[in-house]
Ligand binder design. Structure first.
Ligand SMILES: [Ca+2]
Ligand SMILES: [Ca+2]
Length: 282
């Protein structure tokens, strides 16, 4: 009889305990739901605040934009067109070269180099005027046999070789002297004549020009100074005074088929003598 109510009481207690546990669980769920709703409400409120703030900023920006546009529109007529602006360019810096010309380094050609160069240009065919174009037989002038007449002068092209001094003496013996070149026309006549006579690249002719008295002071055989505006030296290297071949340097001038070269007066070359032609006309 005692076991039955005891079991009933225990069952009631267990039931009451479960009921209590379920109520606690419901309470927790309800609190959780309230919290979620509260957080959601706060988020919505925050977003609404941000939206209102953004709208206010946009409205302020629109007002500022309108103000700027108005100011620009008012100032446009005051702006000078770009096309009327005169550009100013800096003046180019001009440097005046004060170095003397003789500081330019020069190269001294060795005889072999000169000969090679001479050979290279000696193969150039004669250029105008051609020999037949040059008047060499003026009937009013007469030259001895073996002399070539040109412009009232007679020219003798030797076949033998001798030093510059010996060649000058030989020309004087013939009634003239080594040739003095007085004009470009006379240079052209001699150049063409030499081109017809040379047998090799080193077959050059003495002319009446020397600086043996004073180095660098070139004189013709008649004592007149060389006209610096009427020279036909081989490019800018001539005349130098290279002493590799002769301690006295290069003091006498020889002529090739195109240009003049300085050389030791002691070497032997053919020569060109010049003397006045005999005038036949009054
Ligand atoms: Ca002359
Ligand atoms: Ca010299």
């Amino acid at each position: 009889m005692m076991n039955r109510p005891q079991k009933y009481i225990e069952g009631e207690a267990l039931h009451f305990q479960r009921e209590k546990s379920n109520n606690a669980l419901k309470l927790r769920v309800a609190v959780l739901v309230v919290c979620v709703l509260l957080v959601s409400a706060l988020v919505v409120i925050y977003l609404l605040f941000e939206l209102l703030t953004t709208r206010e900023m946009l409205r302020n920006l629109e007002l500022k934009q309108g103000t700027v546009q108005t100011n620009v529109a008012e100032r446009v007529p005051e702006i000078t067109p770009c096309s009327t602006v005169q550009p100013t360019c800096p003046e180019p810096e001009v440097k005046i070269i004060t170095e003397p010309c003789n500081t330019i380094p020069t190269t001294t050609l060795q005889p072999t180099e000169i000969n090679m160069l001479t050979q290279s240009y000696s193969t150039i065919p004669p250029t105008t005027p051609q020999p037949l174009d040059i008047t060499t037989d003026d009937p009013c002038y007469k030259c001895e046999d073996g002399w070539k007449q040109h412009g009232g002068k007679c020219y003798f092209f030797s076949t033998s070789k001798s030093s510059w001094n010996e060649s000058s003496t030989e020309c004087i013996t013939k009634g003239g002297d080594l040739v003095k070149i007085d004009s470009s026309e006379e240079q052209s006549f001699l150049r063409i004549a030499i081109q017809q006579k040379i047998k090799s690249y080193d077959d050059l002719f003495w002319i009446g020009l020397t600086d043996s008295a004073v180095e660098g002071r070139w004189l013709w055989v008649d004592g007149s100074p060389l006209n610096e505006s009427l020279t036909f030296w081989f490019f800018h290297d001539e005349p130098d005074d290279w002493t590799g071949e002769d301690p006295d340097g290069k003091d006498c001038a020889r002529m090739g088929p195109m240009y003049w070269f300085g050389i030791s007066c002691k070497v032997t070359h053919r020569s060109i003598c010049e003397k006045p032609a005999v005038a036949l006309c009054d």
